[in-house]
Each structure stands twice: as structure tokens, then as C-alpha cells.
Design a protein around this ligand. Structure first.
Ligand SMILES: [Zn+2]
Length: 384
């Protein structure tokens, strides 16, 4: 199948298919990208091409395509290829990926942009750490020594390679001298956590985050109206998984609109502030976090709008209008204080604080921050 269905255009597919066509497949590949970038969908396509029985080779400029219909390609669609070993972080001692594979498959088929923390929350409700443990690494070492089921490549794909920690050193030998026709494919959203002993032995591909417009189109394909899709896409900040998750959050008319909330804080009238605090407190914790992360991003964009030579704002058009107006009224120290308040509230939400009180108290403090400028004789600009 074509690489064109990916949201993130990059030169990786063309480089990869050329390497496969020329039979110079690297032994180990490290595919890195930010959280919510398209690294897993891309990795699955790279493997599919490598293992396809009737692939269409690429040219110098364009990537090749897997056929999409051979036995290998068909088993890829279900993540059940017998020569692909999937490893991912799990919770608990003695648990390996094999035990969690059916559930992981189900989650990934439903959302290939799933992030690691969401996957860990599927396994545990009490924020336990996940890891890729020694038992799992020993199983990988055993599996690569076994016969292949097909004539093609055997692939060990490690989703969340940063969860290996020091265990990754046990993989050095197979990364350096893997059995014939074996590919070790590591995926990470935390490149800085991968040991240099590993990175120095891998071919490294870095995938950029997808463009906002592409995320917005994806949301529209999933039934979200154009304006809201654009708003959610900007709010997701390049994180496709977060954008998809936010579709399920309450629609605009039911929640408190960010711009109106800031206006209420600005005016400082008790009744609207209390009402909005109650509405925000009624949201789920994830929705509250989404709202606050979006507010923080809005403040960051306000900072951009306040700059001497403002860059185009990364906001949906309606939000950008509000930001441009507000930017004329606020100063740099006010924005910093505003961001501090929002961060404090975000931490309180994560600690499960009483929402009504926390949102109302923050609204009042934001009012004091924003009201500061009105007592001054000149509109404030960015402090030098
Ligand atoms: Zn095929």
C-alpha cells in the first residue's frame, strides 16, 4: 500500500524503499518523533514493504509500494504477521508483551496514534510505571534465534524503546550482529533517553510532527465540523493521538469557551466566574487538562502576538482574533503570571483537587493579574 496515506510527508519512505530494493536493509533502525507523531503508522508501513511478496519498487525520487493483497500484507493489516515480534512497555513484574499482545493489537488497530501513557492507562488505573523488562528482552533474544516462518525478513519492533532503560544493553549483540534477514526496529518519542551505545549502532530516521491542516483534515474525516476540527488540531500541537482523543470531549456549546472564560476573568464579575468554574469542574479530568493545556498554548501564542515583529499565530481564526485584541492589552510579566496560574491549576487538577474551588480561585487570581494593567496610564507592551 502507498505511503501517501500517511499524514506526514517525509523522505523516509523513499530512502527506505530504495534500501530494500537494493538489498541494503540496515540491521537496526531507530525511528524517532515527538509524542503523537506518526512513527508507529510509518513503522508498520516500512515493515509491510520489507515483507511484501509482490512489492512495486520505487524510483530515485518516489517511494515503492507494497501490494496490499499478498498473504504478508494481509496479515500486516491485523498485526498478526508471524515473523514480526512486537515489544512494548507493560506494567507489572513477570508480564511480557506476549501476554498483553491481544489487547495492544486491539488498541493500536483502533488508534495507531496511541501514546505510551494512554497505553499504560489501559493496563493500570493507579499510575504505575511501565517498562520493557528483562524477561521481555530475554524473549526477544530467544525469538530471533528461531527459524523464520516465511522467506522474508524477521522483524523485532520495539514500540517505546525508551522504556528499555539499561536492559537495552542486552540487545547490543543482536543489533550489531543479527541473524541473517533480521531487522531490529526501535521506535521512540524520547530520543534523549536512548543509550548512546544503541543510537550509535542504528540507522536513525527522525519524523517531523504532522502539519496542523493535515490533522484537521483527519478530524473532519472522522465527522468533526471544519471550525472545531481546526481548533482541536491547533490545540493538539502536532500530537495526532491527542487530537483524536479530544473529539470525544464535550462539544463547544456545552463547555466553557476559552476566550469567554478569559473575558469573564478580565471583568471579574462574581456570578459568571462561579458559573464557569462550576461548568469546568463538571468536566472529566482529561477534559479539564485538555482545556488548561489549550489555555496555556493560547497564552504562549499571546506572547507571540505581543512580540515586536509578530509571527503568524498558530490558532484557529476565531481564537487568533481574540488573541490579537488581548495582545494589545497585556504585558509580558502578566503573561508569565498567567501561565504560572494555569500551570498551578493543571497540577491541582492532576492531584484531583476540588474542581469548583480550584477553578474559581484561579479565575479570581487571573482577574487580579489582568486587572493590573487597567490601573496603568499606558497600554503595556512587552517588557524589554
Ligand atoms: Zn504484499
Amino acid at each position: 500500500m502507498s505511503f501517501n496515506t500517511l499524514l506526514t510527508p517525509s523522505s523516509i519512505p523513499a530512502q527506505w524503499t530504495a534500501a530494500v530494493d537494493d538489498e541494503r536493509v540496515p540491521q537496526a533502525v531507530l525511528l524517532a518523533g515527538a509524542t503523537g507523531a506518526e512513527i508507529l503508522p510509518l513503522a508498520l508501513k516500512l515493515i509491510e514493504y520489507l515483507q511484501c511478496e509482490q512489492r512495486n519498487s520505487g524510483t530515485k525520487e518516489t517511494a515503492g509500494e507494497s501490494c496490499g493483497t499478498c498473504d504478508s500484507c494481509r496479515s500486516h493489516r491485523k498485526l498478526t504477521h508471524p515473523d514480526v515480534h512486537f515489544t512494548f512497555p507493560v506494567v507489572g513484574t513477570g508480564v511480557t508483551s506476549a501476554k498483553m499482545l491481544p489487547q495492544w493489537r486491539e488498541e493500536i488497530l483502533a488508534n495507531p496514534y496511541l501514546d505510551h501513557s494512554a497505553w499504560l492507562r489501559v493496563q493500570t488505573k493507579d499510575n504505575k510505571q511501565g517498562n520493557i523488562n528483562r524477561d521481555e528482552v530475554m524473549r526477544i533474544l530467544h525469538d530471533v534465534s528461531l527459524q523464520r516462518f516465511t522467506d522474508g525478513y524477521k522483524v523485532v519492533m520495539i514500540w517505546g524503546a525508551e522504556y528499555l532503560g539499561d536492559e537495552s544493553n542486552r540487545l547490543l549483540k543482536i543489533i550489531e550482529e543479527p541473524p541473517a534477514k533480521t531487522l531490529i526496529l526501535l521506535l521512540t518519542t524520547r530520543f534523549e533517553r536512548i543509550l548512546p551505545t544503541i543510537t550509535s549502532r542504528c540507522r536513525i530516521y527522525r519524523l517531523p510532527p504532522p502539519q496542523t491542516e493535515r490533522i484537521s483534515n483527519l478530524l473532519e474525516q472522522r465527522g468533526v465540523a471544519h471550525d472545531r476540527a481546526l481548533q482541536l488540531a491547533y490545540a493538539a500541537d502536532g500530537d495526532i493521538g491527542r487530537a483524536i482523543a479530544s473529539i470525544a470531549y464535550q462539544a463547544d456549546e456545552q463547555t466553557v469557551d476559552l476566550a469567554s472564560w478569559l473575558r469573564e476573568c478580565f471583568s471579574g464579575k462574581g456570578a459568571p466566574i462561579t458559573q464557569s468554574a462550576a461548568k469546568l469542574a463538571a468536566l472529566t479530568r482529561e477534559e479539564q487538562k485538555h482545556f488548561l493545556l489549550n489555555a496555556l498554548r493560547f497564552v504562549r501564542e499571546l506572547g507571540v502576538a505581543c512580540a515586536e515583529n509578530p509571527q503568524p499565530l498558530r490558532l484557529a481564526p476565531s481564537d487568533a482574533q481574540v488573541a490579537t485584541k488581548l495582545a494589545a492589552l497585556v504585558s509580558w510579566p502578566q503573561l508569565t503570571a498567567l501561565a504560572d496560574e494555569l500551570n498551578r491549576l493543571l497540577a491541582a487538577v492532576e492531584r484531583n483537587a476540588n474542581g469548583k474551588i480550584a477553578f474559581a480561585a484561579t479565575s479570581i487570581r487571573i482577574h487580579h493579574i489582568l486587572a493590573r494593567q487597567r490601573s496603568d496610564s499606558h497600554p503595556m507592551r512587552r517588557a524589554s
